[in-house]
Ligand binder design. Structure first.
Ligand SMILES: [Zn+2]
Ligand SMILES: [Zn+2]
Length: 106
């Protein structure tokens, strides 16, 4: 569990391209892209706090691009790393703009 969390921290804090991260957060417009609920809280600048998540983990060869990233609330972000549910992954891929997400999964 510690190992996974560590990967997640590296991914969301140091490796995400700031432009990609800014783009997906703008696209999400303050709403988590997995469960479509508003962010749980605002950051100190009064902006909804969402985190940039790589659908295919960077550690698995995923790319740091807009198509591989979604903005998630802290709860969904944690779930995405701990559970890694294929259905969640599919939903996130659709949000991120994969034309045919099924092909990417199978
Ligand atoms: Zn993540
Ligand atoms: Zn969420």
């Amino acid at each position: 569990m510690n190992g996974r969390f560590f990967i997640c921290l590296i991914e969301s804090v140091s490796m995400a391209n700031p432009y990609v991260s800014a783009f997906v957060k703008k696209r999400a417009n303050g709403v988590c892209e997995l469960y479509e609920q508003p962010a749980h809280f605002n950051d100190k600048n009064g902006k909804p706090y969402l985190e940039c998540h790589h659908i295919k983990f960077l550690s698995q060869g995923g790319l740091d691009t807009i198509e591989n990233c979604v903005a998630l609330c802290v709860v969904c972000h944690k779930k995405a790393h701990i559970v890694d549910d294929p259905e969640d992954r599919l939903k996130m891929m659709k949000k991120a703009g994969f034309d045919n997400p099924l092909q990417e999964v199978w």
